[in-house]
Structure formats: C-alpha cells, structure tokens
Design a protein around this ligand. Sequence first.
Ligand SMILES: Cc1ncc(COP(=O)(O)O)c(C=O)c1O
Length: 375
Amino acid sequence: MLKWRAQKPRFTTMAIKLFIPGPTIVSEDVLAELSHPMISHRSKAASELQKSISDNLQKILFTNNRILLSTSSGSGFMEGAIRSCTAKRAAVFSIGAFGDKWFKMAKANGIPADKFASEMGQPTTPEMVDAALATGKYDLITVTHNETSSGVQNPVEEIAEVMKKYPDVIWCVDAVSSAAGSKIETDKLGIDVLITSTQKALALPPGMAIAAMSQKAYERTAQVEHRGLYFDLRTIWDFIDKKNYQYTSTPCLTIMFAMDKQLKHIVNEEGIEARFARHEEMAKWTRAWADEHFRVYPNRNYLSKTLTVIDSHIKATGELLDFKALNAFLATRNMTAGNGYGDLKDKTFRIAHMGELTIDDLKEVTSAIEEFIRK
Ligand SMILES: Cc1ncc(COP(=O)(O)O)c(C=O)c1O
C-alpha cells in the first residue's frame, strides 16, 4: 500500500476544497509555518534554510542543476529566463495561454522571438521543434510542460531526443502546473531552465518562483548584455556562491519556512514516487469520470496528470453546463472547481487534481457535479 494512503487528510474540513489549478490547498502543518518568527536574511540560519530547500528541490526535480528562488510568482522566472539566456533569437512553442504569455514577455523585453503555436488541445511535437531548430536561427527554445488552459502535457521525452541534435540551444521548460505532481527528470531530459511556482502541485501559498538552471544556461548569460537586474538569472546564481545560499534582496522568508516544511514532507514522509503515483491515480480516475458524463477536451494522447480539462457539453442531454451555477452549488458544499481559461471559458471546465488532494476528494466533487447535472 502506498504510504500516503495511511495518512490522515492533511487539511481540516474547514478549508475550502480547491479543485482549481492553483492556488491549491495548503496543509495545516505547513500553514502553521507561516507564523514562524522572522530571521535576518543575511544570517547563517537563512543560508541553511535556502540550502535545505534547494537540496530537496533537486531531489523532487531529479536534477543536480542549481536551484534559484525568486520572490515573485512563476512568471518572474519565465521572463527572467527568456531575457537572461537568449543571445540570438528565441523559438517559443505555444500550446495555449501560457505559451502565448512567454512570447509576450519576449516581445515586451525586446527579445527577438518567433512563436510556433499548436491548435488548442494539441501538443508541441518533436517534429515542430526539429524543423524550427534546423533553420539555425534560434539559440533558445521555450516549451510548456503542462498547459493549464488546455489540459495538455507535452511529450518532453520525445522533444528531449530532438534537443540532443542541438547541444548549443538552451531549453527552457514551464513546469508551473506540473512539477511535484508529474515526474520530470530534468537532467535526464537535458532541460536547462525548468521553472515552477509554489502554489500548484507543491501545495504551498503563492508568492515564490523556483528555477533549476544548468551550467550551460549560466554560461549563455555571459553573452547577453541587457539581462535586467531583479530577474537576472546570472545575478541570482552568483549570489548563491558569493553569499552561501542567499538571495539578492530580501526574500519571502515566510513562504520559505513553509516550503522547507512541505519539501521535507514530500521527500521524507510521503515519498516522491508515491506522490507521483497518487497524482497519476487521481488523473486516471477523473478522466474516466469525465468520459462517462462529458468528454475530455484535449488530444487523449497528451493528457495532463495534474488537471483535467473537460468539454462542457453534458453527454446525457447535449446541453452546455452552466458553470457559474455549478460553482455556486459546489460552494454550498465548501468546494470550488475551475472555469475554462481564456477562449475556453464556459466551453470547458477544469478539475485540478494536484497538491494534497486525494482520490476521495475527487469522488466528492465529481458526485456533487453529477447531482447538479441531474437536477
Ligand atoms: C502553465 C502555467 N505557466 C505559467 C503560469 C504563471 O504562473 P504564476 O501565476 O505563478 O506566475 C501558470 C499559472 O497558472 C501556469 O498554469
């Protein structure tokens, strides 16, 4: 039996059960860390805190690359990565809202970039990456691992095979809504900058971004003159050497205390593999349920493991689900689900199965949705 099954739910019945793709529920013991007394961010204790966080993140992300932290949401590091590491031109592969956002960031920073978009619900294919890189125009690519708007998980293992042909290209991956819920073997895949946020599958409050950065990406930054300052990955990297695991300015120590507690839980108590298995089981269960009553929205070969995006047409009646009314109904049961994102609003809805949720929680929300559509 998996370890997590033996545990009690980690949050109280008072907490609103969030089935939105972030922020996710934070467990009681981790919330308690948010009231930890402050320390000096230039103290030995601060260095020890950041080192402990970095060591455990390396385990969860399967990497020896350097862990960088930022007091911002994940978007800060997305912008920082494309700006700090593009010397020539970036190829941005977009499969939805968050890939589009990365392209906008490039443009807003004056970084030469081209967007390679897939249809909604479809992945970035290794062939697309190969064709773009074969032109020799690009020295950096960005790929979304898990597109939270469409529910697609990109085939990063296949893309990794293509990337082996282009050793000078920096590979940035947005794993904001998947890291710690879906296994990503960063070093085996050869990802140079992997980015995530605290408020998704890591089940922490929002407010910090995490990046795992390779030596190759670090070396690239030396060729980029205008990297900005606050989100300059090179400055943040150098500070870790210079100040023994400290941050360039004052970090959100509050979240760092909570993060240290949660990462220790993931690594030492639940176990990393057990966490992935739990997410996999929740994903399979939710998809099967969605197929029975609706239809899973994206291409079935590329389904996310941390959320399911569902076409809002009710199978039994052909009618479109009234999502607003559904969420009002769920609120009476202390739960909330996610509407579709951007253009998919009211055409799809989203059930996230990430963080601390268990299959029992998924059963609770899906049976409430069934009750609602039967009314
Ligand atoms: C796939 C993906 N990328 C990036 C972001 C942006 O992350 P943040 O809100 O932490 O800046 C999100 C947020 O939902 C996301 O789902």
